[in-house]
Design a protein around this ligand. Structure first.
Ligand code: ASP
Ligand code: MG
Length: 469
């Protein structure tokens, strides 16, 4: 039986006519070798941001920005279509235009209402993928052979968690089998919209920003794919952000856990949930570069290779450290539960729980823009303890960064922590806090914003990541 591959192309891989040509060449190359290829596309680069930005402006009562966005979106897709498609295929522009006038009506309604529901936001945010899938399928048909755009609201069934919906894998599997397999078997190339799903009732949802990777993994799971290939504009997963560490280079192999840790800790490599469906069916993921297709990129599999104990260093900026402190907390049961309960009620996620300087405090890290609301909510819920002096204070420190060193072989390799902290000490970097109960695949710590780049560089140097293969 032919090998089955799900290939996902990110926004830059479909960013303009020339990129779409390169993308199509990769799809067709695999197809010609007898592989069954399911393509997943992101929106053209910048489009999702524009859709969300325009909708947010509309909700704030602005008419000009949404109108301008509509115009820019039209020009972008029109330009690509006119460069790519012979006249008889340009009918797809009519479909795009119709969707854009829907968009116009929706943002108009939103600006009149002065608010946007998460449900409406998801519908609008998913339009970019509708446009790109339509365009790519039309180009494949015109240039290479039969292809069909498939809107994932007919395939991926999710819960109602708008903005980051969770797939219902059993229902999805059945739909995918029923609609994609017949296409594959008759030699038609399906081009599926990334990012988007729908509830059982057919209401459009999205899987979270960067969610097209997740789409590819969900489809891979449903189709029992042999491999999942994620195409972007870099040579795979890098040892660090090259804007911070110029000598950062691609990592040949990662385990699923390592890839998941890296994604969670800010490496913009993969949507963090992507590895889950892949792990379940043990499907290898390849990270490849559309613009350097011969390069083998990064292979993500079950195996943990030996080699460097630390494989990569990442950072998440824009955070705040929140501390709840008080002598009266000592030995009082339930304080931690109340703290995190209050935070959860706000819908704020805690990125890391850290070890404070004394046992009489609880510290944790949240996004900076959410930290003010977190402190207010905690003050409210501990009003009594604050007035009685059982809790002395609740405060936040802004401009914090989590720096994480990731690698599965850290487990069981003695001296990693020592080496890491020595390197940071020698660089004169003050570590404010260390993660508690981290997964053994990473060591994560908190530093001030102004020290973050130097910390990443120091760890990268200490573990000689510029040299490792
Ligand atoms: N277009 C969506 C986003 O920008 C999904 C994706 O690119 O994966 O978040
Ligand atoms: Mg992406």
């Amino acid at each position: 039986m032919a090998e089955r591959i799900v290939m996902k192309f990110g926004g830059s891989s479909v960013g303009d006519a020339e990129s779409i040509r390169q993308t199509a060449a990769q799809i067709y190359a695999a197809h010609r070798q007898g592989q069954q290829v399911v393509t997943v596309v992101s929106a053209m680069r910048g489009v999702t941001d524009m859709l969300i930005g325009a909708t947010t402006s509309a909700a704030a009562g602005d008419h000009a920005i949404p109108e301008q966005a509509k115009q820019l979106l039209w020009e972008k897709h029109h330009l690509a279509a006119s460069e790519l498609l012979p006249g008889e295929f340009q009918g797809v522009l009519g479909e795009i235009q119709a969707e854009l006038s829907n968009f116009s009506n929706l943002v108009m309604a939103i600006s009149i209402l002065g608010e946007v529901t998460p449900r409406a936001m998801d519908f609008i945010a998913s339009l970019g993928e509708r446009f790109s899938a339509t365009l790519v399928a039309a180009y494949l048909s015109a240039a290479h052979g039969p292809a069909r755009a498939v809107m994932a609201d007919t395939l991926i069934v999710t819960d109602q968690h708008f903005g980051s919906a969770n797939p219902l894998l059993a229902l999805t599997g059945k739909r995918v089998q029923d609609s994609l397999v017949p296409l594959l078997e008759s030699g038609i190339l399906p081009v599926v919209t990334g990012f988007m799903g729908a509830t059982r009732e057919g209401i459009v949802t999205t899987l979270g920003r960067g969610g097209s990777d997740y789409t590819a993994a969900i489809l891979g799971h449903a189709l029992d794919a042999d491999e999942i290939w994620i195409w972007s504009d870099v040579d795979g997963v890098l040892t660090a952000d090259p804007r911070i560490v110029p000598t950062a280079h691609p990592i040949a192999q990662l385990s699923y856990q390592e890839a998941a840790e890296l994604a969670y800790f800010g490496a913009k490599v993969l949507h963090p949930k992507t590895v889950r469906p892949a792990v379940e069916k043990n499907i290898p993921i390849r990270m490849l570069n559309t613009f350097n297709p011969a390069y083998e990129g990064t292979l993500i599999t079950r195996e943990t290779s030996t080699g460097s104990a630390v494989k990569a260093v990442t950072s998440i900026p824009g955070l705040a450290l929140v501390t709840v402190e008080g002598r009266g907390m000592l030995g009082v049961p339930g304080v931690a539960a109340r703290v995190f309960g209050a935070v959860a009620q706000l819908g704020v996620s805690v990125l890391m729980i850290s070890q404070g300087s004394s046992e009489q405090s609880i510290c944790f890290v949240v996004r900076q823009e959410e930290s003010g609301a977190v402190v207010s909510a905690l003050e409210e819920s501990f009003r009594l303890e604050l007035s009685q002096g059982d809790i002395d204070s609740i405060w936040r420190e802004e401009q914090m960064v989590i720096v994480a060193a990731v690698g599965a072989a850290m487990r069981g390799t003695p001296g990693i922590g020592g080496k890491l902290f020595t390197a940071l000490g020698e660089a004169g970097i003050n570590v404010l806090s260390i993660a508690q109960g981290s997964s053994e695949y990473n060591v994560s710590l908190i530093v001030k914003q102004q020290d973050a780049h130097q910390a990443v560089q120091a760890i990268h140097d200490a573990f000689e990541l510029s040299r490792s293969k």
